[in-house]
Design a protein around this ligand. Structure first.
Ligand code: ZN
Ligand code: ZN
Ligand code: FE
Length: 763
């Protein structure tokens, strides 16, 4: 920008709000101003960043544009407002010491993957050669080390490390890349890694890296302290190590995530399109679910067509890959089944000490736990499936005032959320609350969020299910706080409302809530709803036929039970004579037992659920009878599907209910006729996508609504969601999928807040 003699120079005040603190925003403005030879200053305020500068109207406008175009990656600008200030004489450009280092820095940055500049400093800066905790104003740990606001070194777990004179000088120099980088550290003064091999300690980093790389090649297993918790690690191409790791993790059959050295090496095993590449390389560095294109070591993701891949996000990962022979390691969360991921060195030693060959940890405390986030791309749209490291606790900006509203979330895949002004702060992924330690993690995180974000609860929204531990938490909290109002919200209403708020929608939409189950307003279990939804209320227009769920909860894990339920309904007594593989798997006694439960309605609730239909078809085809992890049967069924299949099965719609007897009969017929499971699965997916379109058309005809939302765990299925999306777009529907929150139950808390905000004054 050139100073022009013709144009009038005035003093302008530029206010920038959003996530602009702790992400390198002031140094960015400083450099920008210097490049353009502008005079003035920049300062952190409670509610964002303020710039005062002299310039022409046009110059200031260009400056604004550059800010928006080139802002630091982890920043998230909400608004830029420019006002004319009283004319002042300003000399040079500087970063002003904040006058008010207070209270109200309202946002905390998520953890940020190490940046390219730091990676190159790690090779050239004398005091940071191979320094595994290198960071700058643009990158490094944030949420995982913050105890409280304001975000300042003393309120982080870096407080125990005194800066050396060199680091201090960088920290205080406004022109340095590490100006006010709170976790600044170097080889002389910062945290360090160590390796513990059954009491034999290695502290030299070079020696540690050498030992670990040799160990990995030999097939060793390690616990490695990461950003938000421990990982378990081994060579991804060593079958013995992989199966050893499986046994250490205990009965957990979940697929393992892999970390690859490079994009190109990952590309040998999985397909990566442009959007997926962008996600893999984003500063959040989530695990991205990618379509496998050639076989990988057995035991990693058996029976699944997707692989979870991530790239290095900590300096240590880069240093390790520099010396490793293998192109990929398994990096799976360091926990047992449903327990939270471990964060303390002591716990890691206690729990993994005799199960792994070594523990690689470091002497800085992880304060806030976070798992790796998981994302995928459907029809070019990024979807977040687990929102944790790199995403939490960045606020979700909404167009509604949500002050004081708490959303307690669901239960199995839980997360809570708090409304502050028009922001919603959603917790990191918490997990299954039925696990005692996980519920403690939930309670602890609630208290921390409340304190950090100065949250004053006024309305507590929870799921309609009275037995969810999140419901119990809300009730207890209400009592504790002298009876603040509670609001129960139906599960699928919350699923749809979360996507509405995510996209700033108002009015009514057509909502499909497909998942495993959620308690319905009629006391039955729901999970396959076609609804008309507004924030305040909803109307259920269509749903899958109610089916007996023999054994209740057990049927959620043992998919053969739902298979028998559907077969019995379709074929009546004698159904066990059908030539199906499921009858080789299930004992005659169990078949009799199921029949008995259904006939007498013993421990057999009624359920209308997409998830359970997937289970049934998966078991009828002999793909999966018992889930060793959540949604295994549907995931395997999806993986099996022939995507080129065009056929569709028949179903019936009568009085608002969808009946699948014709489909189940054809599935059994096709299987007996020798049609491949791949084709049958493909046809089954086509049928459901077609059904979504069919129901959407009917509802549009009845109501005139044209916006469609797909939400609930079943829409994590890329084929179902992808095909439904295509079919709906061809008929000119406007379709919305969540992009800020997961489509599964982790997104429920946001929906609860949305419904709470709409009903608040009616209470
Ligand atoms: Zn950096
Ligand atoms: Zn230092
Ligand atoms: Fe759900």
């Amino acid at each position: 920008m050139e100073a022009s003699n013709i144009q009038h120079v005035s003093t302008y005040k530029i206010k920038i709000s959003g996530l602009v603190q702790g992400v390198g925003f002031r140094p960015f403005i400083y450099k920008l101003a210097h490049r353009h030879r502008l005079s003035g200053w920049v300062e952190n305020r409670n509610d964002g960043v303020v710039i005062l500068m002299n310039g022409t109207e046009k110059g200031v406008e260009l400056f604004r544009k550059e800010i928006l175009d080139n802002a630091p990656p982890a920043s998230d600008i909400e608004s830029v407002t420019i006002t004319l200030d009283s004319d002042r004489d300003l000399q040079g450009f500087m970063i002003r010491q904040s006058e008010d280092l207070s209270e109200s820095v309202t946002e905390i940055s998520p953890d940020i993957a190490v940046c390219p500049d730091c990676l190159s400093d790690m090779k050239s800066q004398p005091h940071r050669i191979k320094y595994p905790f290198i960071n700058c104003t643009l990158c490094g740990p944030r949420f995982s080390i913050i105890r409280d606001l304001p975000y300042d070194r003393p309120s982080t777990t870096m407080d125990v490390f005194a800066m050396c004179p060199v680091c201090r000088a960088e920290y205080e120099n406004v022109e340095d890349r590490r100006f006010h980088a709170q976790p600044v550290a170097c080889n002389r003064c910062g945290p360090a890694y160590s390796l513990d091999e059954h009491g034999f300690i290695t502290e030299s980093l070079n020696e540690l890296l050498f030992k670990v790389s040799r160990g990995i090649s030999k097939g060793n297993l390690y616990a490695l302290k990461g950003m938000g918790g421990f990982h378990l690690m081994c060579d991804a191409f060593n079958e013995t190590s992989v199966s050893h790791l499986r046994s250490v993790k205990e009965r957990d059959g979940k697929p393992f995530a892999l970390m690859f050295r490079s994009l190109s090496e990952a590309n040998e095993y999985v397909e990566i399109n442009d959007e997926e590449e962008r996600l893999l390389l984003s500063w959040q560095r989530p695990i991205v679910l990618l379509k496998r294109k050639k076989p990988i070591t057995p035991g990693i993701a058996d029976g699944l067509s997707n692989l979870g891949i991530m790239l290095s996000f900590m300096p240590f990962h880069y240093l390790l890959f520099d010396v490793l022979d293998t192109a990929a390691i398994i990096l799976t969360s360091g926990n047992f089944s449903d327990e939270p991921i471990l964060i303390s060195n002591g716990e890691a030693l206690q729990q993994f000490g005799d199960k792994v060959d070594g523990i690689i940890s470091y002497n800085r405390e992880i304060y806030n736990r976070s798992d790796d986030s998981v994302a995928m791309v459907i029809n070019k749209m990024p979807q977040i499936l687990r929102r944790s490291r790199g995403y939490a606790p960045a606020p979700i900006r909404t167009h509604k005032r949500t002050e004081g509203i708490f959303g307690a979330g669901a239960e199995l895949v839980s997360s809570f959320a708090m409304g502050k002004g028009n922001h919603v702060f959603m917790s990191q992924y918490i997990g299954d609350l039925k696990n005692f330690e996980t519920y403690q993690f939930y309670q602890e995180s609630y208290n921390r969020f409340r304190r950090m974000f100065r949250f004053g609860p006024q309305l507590l929204v929870h799921d309609l299910h009275p037995d969810y531990l999140s419901t119990k938490f809300a009730r207890d909290l209400s009592q504790e706080l002298g009876g603040i109002p509670l609001l129960p919200v139906q599960h699928h209403h919350a699923h749809i409302a979360s996507v509405m708020l995510n996209h700033g929608l108002d009015g009514e939409v057509i909502g499909f809530g497909f998942d495993g189950l959620g308690l319905g307003t009629d006391g039955n279990l729901w999970g396959a709803e076609a609804m008309v939804v507004g924030y305040r209320d909803f109307q259920r227009l269509y749903h899958f036929e109610y089916m007996p769920m023999p054994g209740g909860d057990k049927a959620s894990k043992e998919s053969w039970r739902m298979a028998l339920s559907y077969l019995y309904k379709c074929f009546g007594s004698g159904f066990q004579e059908l030539p199906l593989p499921v009858f080789d798997e299930v004992r005659e006694r169990d078949v009799e037992n199921i029949r008995n439960l259904i006939d007498k309605s013993l421990n057999t609730p009624l359920i209308s659920s997409a998830g359970r239909l997937f289970d049934a078809v998966s078991a009828i085809l002999g793909i999966n009878y018992r889930a060793t992890y959540q949604a295994e049967a549907p995931m395997r069924l999806e993986s099996m599907a022939d995507r080129s299949e065009k056929g569709i099965y028949e179903y019936e719609i009568k009085d608002g209910q969808v009946y699948f007897q014709p489909m189940i009969r054809s599935v059994v017929g096709d299987l007996s006729a020798g049609i491949s499971k791949e084709r049958i699965s493909g046809k089954f997916h086509n049928t459901l996508a077609n059904l979504v379109l069919d129901l959407a058309m009917r509802i549009r005809k009845e109501t005139g609504l044209n916006r469609v939302i797909l939400s609930g765990g079943s829409f994590q299925n890329r084929i179902l969601t992808g095909k439904s999306y295509e079919l709906l777009s061809e008929e000119d529907f406007e379709i919305f999928l969540p992009d800020r929150v997961p489509v599964n139950d982790q997104g429920i808390a946001l929906g609860q807040i949305a419904v709470g905000a709409a009903n608040q004054h009616a209470l």
